[in-house]
Design a binder for this molecule. Sequence first.
Ligand code: PNS
Length: 165
Amino acid sequence: MSSRIAVVPGSFDPPTLGHLDVIRRAASLYDQLHVLVVHNPGKEAMLPIAQRLTLLERSIAESDIEGDVVIAAWSMGLLVDYATDVGAGVLVKGIRSQVDVAYETPMAIVNRHLAHVETVFLLPDPAHALVSSSLVRQVSALGGDVSPFVPPAVARFLDTGAQRA
Ligand code: PNS
């Protein structure tokens, strides 16, 4: 019997409740899910990858997400190389709007072309439709309360101001 393995890649800078919602849905659909922190060369990062990984691990550990969930980071090359290495044939992405469809479609086609890896788009809970890491970064940098938008572990971390030190 073949096992179904998928990867949820992202910058997770920082992880949001929208990310956790997509991870929860994906974990229920696949035998094994790899949640992968990936460097996005097109974005200026707020947090180092190791910190994002720690926040993701804490957030998932404190959540109700069940199943075989592996949390890892990847900065060694193409995302599809990681997927191929772990035997995953599917990438899972959350889609909040047409803007996300336009952003994700070229990447999905390139990834399929590179390694026959398919991309599955999941619709998050509408409650999270307007949440993005970039908004969280902006609100946090200006001293606002981001706790409605992020997992408790991320809210605690951002509250300390450690990331601005
Ligand atoms: O959360 P993000 O920033 O939208 O995630 C984008 C990410 C990191 C998944 C994307 O930039 C990516 O896949 N980077 C890895 C490099 C790669 O494989 N590029 C070629 C195919 S798009």
